[in-house]
Design a protein around this ligand. Structure first.
Ligand SMILES: *Cc1c(COP(=O)(O)O)cnc(C)c1O
Length: 733
């Protein structure tokens, strides 16, 4: 049956639809949408780094129409748009059934960084990635949810490496017109302008809206001609500048965020502070009540009824502290409105309100101003209760009111394309909606009959439970998928290294196809190069590691990536060490460092590696999330029992380094962890990976992959996490 070409008005409608789609991040976790943008311009897809908005700018109107004149392509676009609209208008959601009150009075989620997608690089690390994943799952669940952050027009820094293997930071300007953001307008169609007091100035700001599926996120931006330059530059960079920049950014986020909600007429029920950066929002809530003539204690009680707080790190430097003189400078104008003295404000951020030498701590303010608080894993909950016991004198440690919700990841957003297609075929679906007549797809039919959508299905433990069944999916299929993903990573790494240009210079030439081996056990490590994460730990036993990589029968290889904060020279030294080893030691060709770690690099690595290495100095990794991204791709974790892995590991689903205990000293800990890492690697990981049957299939290894899928994937995702936040904290029953 031949299909009819579209009429001009149908064409115009589809083009408008594609533009709408490109400006809603939903497309980033919808396979068919991605394929459409990729097909529109395969080269643009590569060169513009998967930026749908930019691709639509690049492809001419004429070219777009020609594509859409192809009835098959047009039909796919129509189907995607229908799925998109169905998603947006879905009434029958988990949120409606379980937290309907939030649809009217949403949760406002404040975060200093949001990691949504590689084209909007306004996150520095795991905290921002988690915030982005939280928002995506809030959307999938149909929750009343609004995100607040800042629009950093130079984003987080880009990383390159110089001749001395030293990290060089550089910045590029983000172009709003090429981003999935749109200006927030007032009722006259002009940019909506609000203001906050900073020092003695009134600083104006505007906002950008990001559509995260059904939920909006607003990014505040002081880059307005009416502001002095240093205020315009407040929103230049993620965690840029000094402590003055930091405090002013936090005033903008917390106080500005509340004001934007008021200006938009949003009536929040909960203010969720994702980390202490946002805690000044509580001052604004207090100010509002004081302005209505309430007493300070009533105002604070009122603020406290609406705020909740998630703390994310036991690392000291992760808790912002400001001196009294900086607070005085930053709040000079605001204090007049607040009708409080500096001392009274300082008291809110001090463990001991009377200690005049104690700086103002954002975490202390958040804990004092929130009705509930939580850490991000069970162990981190314990550690936080211990850390902040000082705020509840006389209360036993286990009664300190800090709970925990273990972090997760947004599964669909992290799944690499081939894996999404793989699971979709398993589920017997082509589009986002289930087949109309179940009954043809074997094991998946019963499944579809009780779930309503692909989002629900892929997050359902019942689906992952099937991975234990070799009739549902065979070892051979899993192993073939692993090969495909490893190969993709290796080719990606080779391309990147070629671009990085260093493997081809200075006599350290490595023939392109000798860089990494598609058959070798591939171990990945990528995250911020904060020193507590101990990136080079594994290379402490260099000679032994060299033997392992050169073992012809059972080779091992390493892929590393990660950025150190621009002011963290120790972190940069770790990077230097790893790169030096990759170029000048006998690890050459078996160890690569991929520059400019970001979401795309992360996705490629967690999917392509066989083993995901994580060796933080316990208990400093509050949760960690990168290892959670590994599970659905069949990559196994090899990790210290810290954060989420302490809860996830069950002896069958990956590998533990050491045990559930704390050594006496840091030196002792580093030594023990390094030994345990090496012995687990050589005693368990390598033998299991290379234990092959006559067909070359590692049955035991694949059994572990199955166990990881059954036990980890349905648990450590934001579908579960956001539900837990909702029932425990947003709308406790
Ligand atoms: C997941 C992710 C992180 C967090 O990794 P951890 O191992 O939890 O520290 C950081 N950066 C990027 C780009 C990520 O994708």
């Amino acid at each position: 049956m031949s299909k009819k070409p579209l009429t001009p008005s149908e064409l115009t409608e589809l083009i408008a639809g594609l533009n709408r789609l490109a400006r809603n991040l939903w497309w980033t976790w919808n396979q068919e949408s991605q394929e459409i943008f990729q097909e529109l311009s395969p080269r643009g897809w590569q060169n513009l780094y998967h930026n749908a908005v930019a691709i639509l700018h690049e492809v001419s109107d004429y070219e777009l129409r020609v594509h859409l004149q192809n009835p098959d392509f047009a039909e796919r676009v129509q189907r995607v748009l229908a799925n998109f609209d169905a998603y947006l208008s879905e009434k029958n959601t988990w949120g409606k059934a379980n937290a309907a009150e939030l649809l009217k009075n949403p949760v406002i989620y404040f975060t200093a960084e949001f990691g949504f997608h590689e084209t909007l690089p306004i996150a520095a690390g795991g905290l921002g990635i988690l915030a982005g994943d939280h928002a995506k799952s809030a959307s999938d669940l149909g929750l009343g949810f609004v995100g607040i952050s800042l629009f950093y027009r130079e984003g987080y820094f880009q990383q390159s490496i110089n001749q001395d293997n030293w990290q060089v930071d550089y910045y590029t300007q983000l172009q709003p017109k090429n981003l999935p953001i749109e200006p927030v307008l007032d009722k006259n169609g002009e940019p909506l302008i609000c203001s906050v007091q900073m020092g003695i100035s009134e600083v104006k700001f505007k906002a950008w809206r990001v559509n995260v599926g059904r939920c909006p996120a607003y990014l505040l931006d002081t880059n307005l001609p009416e502001n002095e330059q240093h205020y315009r530059d407040l929103t230049l960079r993620v965690y840029g500048g000094d402590s003055t920049t930091r405090i002013l950014q936090e005033i903008l986020l917390g106080i500005g965020g509340v004001r934007l909600m008021r200006a938009l007429g949003v009536e929040p029920s909960v203010f969720h502070m994702n980390e202490g950066h946002a805690a000044f929002l509580a001052l604004e809530l207090v100010r509002e009540k004081l302005a209505l003539g309430k007493s300070f204690s009533d105002a604070l009680t009122f603020a406290k009824k609406q705020c909740m707080f998630t703390t994310h790190t036991p690392v000291e430097a992760g808790h912002d502290r400001f001196s009294a003189s900086l607070m005085d400078y930053a709040f000079k104008g605001y204090l007049g409105h607040l009708k409080m003295s500096l001392d009274e404000v300082m008291a809110l951020g001090r463990v001991d309100p009377k200690d005049k030498d104690e700086p103002f701590c954002m975490t202390v303010l958040a804990l004092k101003a929130a009705r509930s608080a939580n850490g991000v894993s069970e162990l981190h909950g314990q550690v936080s209760r211990h850390m902040w016991q000082c705020l509840w004198p006389g209360v036993p440690e286990d009664k300190i009111p800090i709970g925990h919700v273990t972090n997760g990841i947004h599964l669909l957003g992290w799944m690499k394309g081939p894996v999404r297609r793989f699971w979709r075929r398993r589920l017997g679906v082509n589009g986002t909606t289930p087949p109309a007549t179940p009954g043809t797809v074997g094991a998946s039919t019963d499944f579809w009959s009780k779930t309503s959508s692909w989002e629900t299905a892929i997050n359902d433990p019942a689906f992952w439970q099937k991975m234990e069944d070799p009739n549902f999916i065979s070892d051979e299929e899993i192993w073939a998928l692993r090969y495909k993903l490893r190969r993709e990573l290796i080719e990606f790494a080779r391309r990147r290294l070629l671009l990085q240009g260093r493997s081809l210079t200075q006599g350290d030439f490595i023939a392109f196809d000798h860089l990494l081996n598609p058959d070798a056990l591939t171990i990945g490590f990528a995250r911020r190069f904060a020193t507590y994460k101990r990136a080079p730990l594994i290379f402490q036993q260099l000679e032994s590691i060299v033997k392992l990589v050169n073992d012809k029968q059972r080779p091992v290889q390493f892929v590393f990536a990660g950025k150190a904060h621009p002011r963290d020279d120790d972190g940069k030294r770790y990077i230097q060490q790893v790169i030096h080893l990759s170029r000048y030691s006998d690890l050459k060709g078996h160890l690569v460092f991929i520059e400019n770690y970001d979401i795309h690099v992360a996705r490629t690595m967690v999917s392509g590696c066989d083993v995901w290495l994580n060796n933080p100095r316990r208990p400093l990794e509050a949760s960690g999330t990168s290892g959670q991204k590994a599970g659905c791709h069949g990559c196994l974790n090899l990790s210290i029992l810290d954060g989420w892995w302490r809860e996830g590991y069950d002896g069958t689903n990956g590998f533990a380094i050491g045990d559930d205990s704390h050594p006496a000293s840091i030196d002792e800990q580093d030594r023990l962890d390094s030994e345990n890492l090496f012995s687990t690697l050589t005693g368990k990981v390598i033998p299991t990976f290379y234990d092959r049957d006559a067909n070359g299939i590692p049955r035991k290894w694949i059994q572990m992959i199955r166990r990881a899928m059954v036990t980890l994937v349905p648990q450590f995702n934001t579908w579960r996490m956001v539900q837990e936040y909702t029932t425990k904290y947003y709308v406790p029953k």
